[in-house]
Design a protein around this ligand. Sequence first.
Ligand code: MLT
Ligand code: MN
Ligand code: ZN
Length: 303
Amino acid sequence: MQIILLGTAAGGGFPQWNCWCPSCRVARCEPGRALARTQSSAAVTADGQRWFLLNASPDVREQLARLPVEPPKGPRHVPVAGVVATDAELDHTLGIVLLREGRRLQLYLTCAVRQVLERDSSILPVTRAFADVEVVELPPQGGPVSLTYPDGAASGLSVETFPVPAGPPRFASEELAGHTVGLVLRDRATGGSCAFVPGCGGLDDGLLARLDAVDLVLFDGTFWTDDELIRLGIGDRTARQMDHLPVSGPGGSLEQLAALRTPRRVYTHINNTNPMLVEDSPERAQVVGRGLVVGMDGMRFDV
Ligand code: MLT
Ligand code: MN
Ligand code: ZN
């Protein structure tokens, strides 16, 4: 299984259009010291040609251009075999509407995510006006569910879901189990596995055991500190209140992920305010020093 990080920034991207926080300032004024990033999404494939997107970001058009695709014979070619969503947040689902030209779209969603896309953000009804949308339901916890190609053939990849601490999007009209899940992707042929957890409000022993048992962890790197937005004067909620466990400090994700045996541990969904985005920052050095990686758009992994 091959995995490409299509986008590694949190909602808003990096730099964010209206932001002049210290790291966005570096990204604009000294771009070599803080590389621009698109919004959080990844793509997985078993055959190198047909890809499953893990979340569909508002930057999906630009991101799909990164996929290595053999020039097709016909005038149209859809390299996306399906989209698997971890939640219904806008940065993870607006791209679904933008894939409407594909004419046919296979979505793997929990019932809770489906309800929000159906009734609250109207992403499903709007997409359906342009394309056939087929929803494969994911359990809030469990699986494996096989990922299939649009012609019904098995891809050899499967997905398992598990709950992570996080509330529903703020525009959700109802709170149901499965609003936010983590994913484990598995390749039946190679036995390789990857955990994809772009949003996570906390880690407990059960979650850590799950992350310890895969070959690659892609994890929520939204905020460096709990009070990051408050200190910068651009928000009034803590990272934890926003359901993102901060990277640094006691109980932070860096300390906990550094203790795992997982060979590759990579941060993604990194907010533009996070100082670890700056290449020569002490925060970046701390992450690298503990054996973790600050994800970058275009990074590829084979598992
Ligand atoms: C999040 O990651 O917490 C959400 O995407 C927030 C947002 O979309 O504003
Ligand atoms: Mn987000
Ligand atoms: Zn910023």
